[in-house]
Design a protein around this ligand. Structure first.
Ligand SMILES: [Zn+2]
Ligand SMILES: [Zn+2]
Length: 547
């Protein structure tokens, strides 16, 4: 393996310490020296004059658990200098078994024949196929429930609870970073607070994190879930706060470290942040991630399923296919569409702002639900039913690029905020399952850099939030800092030229300004070009939290 000496770099070490100037030596997969390094003929030399060297960036909230098996390119991440991603958020994970999120329906055929038992086998499979990035998994409570209880909307029996806890413990022993929940998604949302506290107590024992997509995280879900009420905007905000308070409660009752996923999705976070800060003052260890390029992808089969369930109690325990079968009857759809809650959920005003993507019809992509429904002489509700039943092209909805909200300054200022993309990752060449919300995977990290710099945060502090902070938070200790003995995940970039190009209309434009990216001591980006190397690993944590 080639060793490298990077000379004359401006070094931001990831701890928040002021930048220094010097050299960094990589030997094998590790950093061998930092400072002034003498001549060494065996090594490849890189003159980094004018460039900044930092630990590789982390994207601590993604859904790349399947993508790392399928897409060896992952260009959007590499071009931004991301070297490690955390996977398995929002309640859905690769353990106990392969279980695709409803937003990744076409991934299934690509995964045929790929199977694993447990996280170690999954890690072996990722290694054998090769990936440029490191990834590190959480276990989803939805996946635990799916394995043991299926999609049933009820409490776990004591036996089922023991079974799920046993599986979680197995995952933690194999090196999962913690457990995620996705409390707007079936079946994760059927875990009540007490059940989540039981899980979190086990997490506390293993020094692992409870990371939650909180209940009623976005008004979209709130409309659906609380369908008996018609909610005023203030109530939507109240529900979001309630979801955050539930995480705080779970943290306090279990002793686990807790983490709130994609906090500013609702766009209004002042009261949530106040609650989080108060909980911290009371001793709770609570962190937050936020999507720095928040293009949401909102209408999903889960929302549809909830409406059907609320409408027809006899379908509660039935598989999704059976519900969809009933949906195919026009009388049933008529009945359903008369529900005031649903009419409000898919109101003409909202339909006029929902822009479509990934419809399989190029004439529709980029136009709104309202426009297309009007063209077809249908109501938005009728149109959405048809789209949602289309297995080939389940509809994706994104807001127009101009509506993408920046991360609020009070979040950027938070001591325990990590920027993330919360994306599936995509292969723009093949494009079987990508859509314009994929822009997040090409631009979220660099957008955070740009925004935080604009807010006046120092580069050293920004880098810390993107490197050592998430690494330590999730229990990975041998990465995230430029120091002797750390794994050599290293980037060399030009801070003033580092910028994002992608948006919802040009989702696959790689970021600019990144010159070199090393993962485990090997360059995956060399003088801004890809090398084809695939040195990424699945990082499994030692269960004691120590390594
Ligand atoms: Zn989520
Ligand atoms: Zn997520």
């Amino acid at each position: 393996m080639m060793d490298y000496i990077i000379r004359n770099a401006r070094i931001i070490d990831g701890t928040g310490a002021p930048a220094t100037y010097g050299d960094v030596e990589i030997s094998g997969s590790k950093i061998a020296a930092v400072g002034k390094i003498g001549k060494d003929n065996a090594s490849h030399e890189i003159d980094a004059t004018g460039l900044t060297l930092a630990p590789g960036f982390w994207d601590p909230h993604t859904h790349l658990e399947y993508t790392v098996l399928l897409d060896q390119d992952l260009n959007g991440f590499v071009a931004q200098g991301v070297t490690t991603v955390i996977t398995g958020h929002c309640g859905s994970s690769v353990f106990p078994k392969k279980r695709l999120r409803s937003s990744m329906p076409t991934l299934g055929k690509h995964l045929e024949g790929l199977d694993w038992q447990g996280l170690r086998q999954y890690a072996d499979l990722v290694h054998s196929r090769g990936t440029p990035l490191n990834s590190s998994p959480l276990i989803g409570n939805g996946s635990l429930r799916s394995e043991v209880i299926g999609n049933q909307d009820r409490r776990a029996t004591p036996e089922e609870m023991q079974h799920m806890l046993g599986l979680l413990e197995q995952g933690l022993r194999e090196g999962a970073l913690g457990m995620s929940s996705g409390l707007d998604y079936i079946p994760s949302l059927y875990s009540d607070t007490d059940e989540l506290v039981e899980f979190a107590k086990l997490l506390a024992k293993y020094g692992a994190v409870y990371a939650s997509h909180t209940r009623d995280c976005s008004p979209i879900y709130a409309y659906s879930y609380h369908a008996e009420e018609v909610l005023a905007p203030a109530d939507e905000r109240g529900l979001h706060l309630k979801g955050v308070l539930e995480v705080i409660d779970i943290g306090k009752r279990s002793g686990a470290r807790v983490h709130v996923a994609h906090l500013h999705t609702s766009g209004i976070i002042g009261t949530e942040m106040a609650a989080i800060r108060q909980a911290r003052r009371q001793g709770l260890d609570i962190s937050v991630d936020s999507i720095a390029y928040n293009v949401s992808y909102s209408i999903r089969s889960d929302t549809l399923v909830r409406h059907i369930r609320e409408h027809s109690a006899d379908l509660i325990d039935r598989p999704l296919d059976e519900m969809k079968k009933r949906m195919r009857h026009p009388e049933f759809r008529d009945e359903l569409s008369r529900r005031p809650q649903l009419r409000r959920f898919i109101s003409p005003e909202r339909a006029g702002t929902w822009e479509l993507s990934r419809t399989g019809n190029p004439d529709w992509d980029g136009r709104t639900v309202g426009e297309i429904a009007a063209d077809l002489g249908k109501t938005p509700v009728e149109f959405m039913f048809e789209r949602l039943l289309d297995e080939e092209h389940p509809v994706g909805i994104v807001p127009p690029a101009s509506k993408v909200k920046p991360v609020p300054v009070e979040l950027i200022d938070d001591p325990l905020i990590f920027p993330c993309s919360d994306t599936l990752g995509t292969d723009p060449e093949e494009d079987p399952y990508c859509n314009r919300y994929s822009a997040r995977g090409f631009v979220a990290t660099v957008r955070y850099w740009e925004m935080a710099r604009d807010y006046g945060v120092s580069e050293e502090e920004i880098v810390r939030h993107m490197t050592s902070l998430p690494a330590r938070r999730f229990g990975i200790w041998d990465r995230g800092v430029i120091a002797v003995g750390q794994k050599a995940d290293i980037i060399l970039f030009s801070p003033d030229d580092y910028r994002g190009i992608a948006d919802t209309h040009h989702p696959f434009e790689p970021a600019q300004g990144m010159h070199w990216v090393f993962v485990n001591g090997q360059p995956i980006l060399e003088e801004s070009g890809r090398t084809g190397r695939l040195p990424g690993e699945v990082l499994l944590k030692k269960p004691d939290g120590g390594g």
